[in-house]
Design a protein around this ligand. Structure first.
Ligand SMILES: [Mg+2]
Length: 388
């Protein structure tokens, strides 16, 4: 089998809010075509125009080659070999950032092709399922233009997620810091009140995580607040510090009263190696598209397993990435949860419409996808509607 063409489709929701901290508003869908009529589907979570450029741009010399040119004529089954080829021959323009995200979307599509061609779901090709279901956690999407509205919305979302059958949910408590919601400026005390109110709403028998989206600029200010959250039994605290402060992460991982999670932005296993060994985080959160695809994500999962750490993948795009996360989660023993929101609860039109028959949760669990490949069907009408 040979790769014959690669298409990149940029899609954006009609009601794009530029001040919203949510990357579910855009996407780049990458289609890899083959000479046997099988097409693989992939996506990645970064600026979609950059990914399209990274894939389609012609090369200029041996260290900055064009990705599409490198792939035409290659065998899509050679996922590890092609990963190495793409990484090595784009090194001067790549190694990290959008080029790795682009490799991630392509690699996801190649695994989809391998599964479709062999009639097997991807998790089988990744080594087989460790269990026959996955436990999703709901990422709650707060609304409101004041701290009070924001807090009330989180509490009602937490209640709604629990009533919907979830066993776990993550509170996006972003009242300040560089990615604060709609310009809000809340205090650390107000954050504590909101997190506490959410815990009181869901009760003790429910896993609760908190994402503060890089809120604090130093570890001591962070500890002053999160030490007060000891009795709230949080499963993890996500990205409390600037992501390059790895020594700060190490201090927090040692001293904070809950697990520390990070990794949504990390590209390649090399960045996870730093995060795990220097940053010492207890929970690594690879986003399959961003880290470099299923090939690279599985390497990260195994590195975390070797060190006794957990994997809880980041996933905030569409049913394509969710499927990739689910296959990966099934094939490793150290993944207690995946990030997931049922499309009907999501405010992103892309999340709702881009994939027909997305994975469904029942009684708080998601059954393994059993269709060949990633097992997702692209809704071509939605792709056309939201394409720009
Ligand atoms: Mg996050």
């Amino acid at each position: 089998m040979k790769i014959t063409d690669i298409e990149c489709h940029i899609v954006v929701v009609p009601d794009l809010k530029e001040d919203a901290t949510s990357s579910s508003q855009d996407d780049v869908v990458v289609l890899v075509h083959t000479d046997e009529g099988i097409t693989g589907i992939g996506e990645t979570d970064t600026g979609p125009w950059l990914v399209k450029a990274a894939i389609e741009a012609p090369g200029s010399h041996t260290m900055a080659q064009g990705m599409k040119n490198l792939l035409i004529g290659e065998d899509p089954f050679d996922t590890s070999a092609l990963w190495e080829k793409l990484y090595t021959l784009t090194a001067m323009s790549g190694r990290r950032g959008a080029v790795i995200c682009a490799i991630g979307a392509i690699d996801m599509a190649l695994w989809d092709i391998k599964g479709k061609a062999s009639g097997l779901p991807c998790y089988k090709l990744l080594g087989g399922a460790m269990r026959d279901y996955i436990i999703p956690y709901a990422s709650l999407q707060p609304e409101g233009n004041s701290v009070e509205q924001y807090g009330d919305s989180l509490v009602s979302w937490a209640k709604r997620a629990q009533e919907y059958g979830f066993k776990a949910a993550k509170i996006e408590c972003t009242l300040a810091g560089p990615y604060n919601h709609s310009g809000l400026q809340g205090s650390d005390e107000q954050m504590t009140e909101i997190v506490r109110a959410c815990r009181e709403t869901v009760g003790p028998d429910f896993a609760m995580m908190v994402d503060v989206q890089y809120r604090w600029s130093d570890v001591h200010t962070c500890l002053r607040t999160v030490n007060k959250w000891d009795d709230l039994d949080l499963f993890f605290l996500e990205t409390p510090l600037q992501i390059d402060d790895l020594d700060g992460y190490a201090t927090l991982s040692r001293e904070a009263p809950m697990r520390i999670a990070a990794g949504e932005w990390q590209n390649t296993r090399f960045e996870f190696l730093e995060l795990l060994d220097r940053g010492q985080v207890q929970v690594a959160q690879p986003d399959v598209g961003r880290v470099g695809g299923l090939t690279e994500a599985m390497r990260v999962c195994h590195m975390a397993q070797d060190r006794g750490r957990l994997i809880v993948p980041h996933c905030w795009k569409t049913g394509i990435g969710i499927a990739a996360s689910a296959h990966m989660a099934a094939a490793i023993p150290n993944c207690p949860y995946i990030e997931y929101l049922p499309s009907e609860l999501c405010d992103s039109a892309l999340r709702r419409d881009l994939v027909s028959e997305p994975l469904e949760m029942k009684d708080g669990i998601v059954k393994l996808p059993e269709k060949p490949g990633l097992g997702v069907e692209l809704n071509i009408d939605a792709l056309k509607t939201y394409s720009i």
